[in-house]
Design a protein around this ligand. Structure first.
Ligand code: FE
Length: 301
């Protein structure tokens, strides 16, 4: 067993996106190596319509997947291929943009004015960048929750965990997307295969991620000078992004209010990244082609 050290942690930064949506960015644009196969993570929790009502009007995507997880309120979605839908609290939409979609995503608050959710972008490998667009709309009720003896509850959106599998399938980067709730004061060990990049994003309560004392590499528990377990405490609360180093498990200890966080991991693609807004390809030539396709009206096929 080797514990994944906390490489760093950071609070997500206020950003403006779409037609004027105030959100917070965990990471994105120019941080592709550390998070590969993930490109961007946005926290769009807002408690007043003025923060989000402008929404994300028509825009293109190519070469990536976008994963939207709604916690409160609704997101109305429509695209140029005729797909339409509304995501509600607890629902997930896994959109494989592939060779191209043009869509809009319009947030609507709940009765208390809240619109809460997250969007993650996952990169597609070169062989799938021009694949046919695909939607997986997952209703809250279809996302399995597994509960451990100590009350820890894990919603499995994608990937395998504790012997169960999430409903999202056929995703190239084989990502694992978990929504983890650890009860007050409990310590939990969560496995994350060693060949994956992993991060956590805390969105309720607070907790400590226990990392190896050395800020680099893997420290086996038995590698302390006297064979003792060496752990360093990292307290993080709401809106904290925690980036893990290599290892095969994450250890978290919940504070007095418990802690809830997304735990996301994926196998790196290790391919060149050419990034232009919502279009992410391997080469600048492919970006130029995408922009030419947009201009000539052949982006959607
Ligand atoms: Fe979009």
């Amino acid at each position: 067993m080797s514990i994944r050290a906390v490489k760093r942690h950071d609070v997500s930064r206020p950003t403006m996106e779409g037609a004027g949506v105030r959100l917070r960015r965990g990471f994105g644009f120019g941080e592709t190596q550390e998070f590969d196969p993930f490109l961007l993570f946005d926290d769009f929790r807002g408690d007043h319509p003025r923060d989000y009502a402008a929404g994300f009007p028509w825009h293109p995507h190519r070469g990536i997947e976008t994963i939207t997880y709604v916690l409160a309120g609704e997101v109305e979605h429509g695209d140029s291929l005729g797909n339409r839908g509304v995501m509600g609290a607890g629902d997930v939409q896994w959109m494989t943009a592939g060779r191209g979609i043009l869509h809009q995503e319009m947030p609507r608050g709940d009765s208390q004015g809240r619109m809460h959710g997250f969007q993650l972008w996952a990169n597609l490998p070169s062989r799938l960048k021009m694949t046919a667009p695909r939607y997986q709309d997952i209703r809250s009720a279809d996302i399995p929750t597994v509960t451990d003896d100590d009350g820890t509850a894990v919603r499995i959106v994608s990937g395998e965990f504790w012997g169960r599998s999430g409903p999202v399938e056929g995703v190239a980067a084989d990502p694992r997307y978990l929504d983890v709730s650890v009860p007050p004061g409990k310590r939990k060990r969560l496995k994350v295969e060693v060949d994956r990049h992993a991060f956590a994003y805390v969105f309720a309560g607070a907790g400590q991620f226990l990392g190896a004392s050395q800020p680099f590499g893997v420290l086996t528990e038995k590698e302390g000078p006297d064979g003792e377990e060496i752990l360093v405490r990292e307290t993080v609360g709401n809106r904290s992004l925690v980036v893990f180093d290599r290892g095969d498990e994450v250890i978290v200890e919940a504070g007095p209010e418990g802690v809830r966080f997304l735990l996301v991991s994926g196998r790196p693609l290790e391919e060149p990244v050419a990034w232009h807004g919502p279009i992410v390809m391997n080469t600048e030539d492919e970006i130029r082609q995408a922009l030419a396709d947009l201009r000539s009206g052949s982006f959607i096929r």
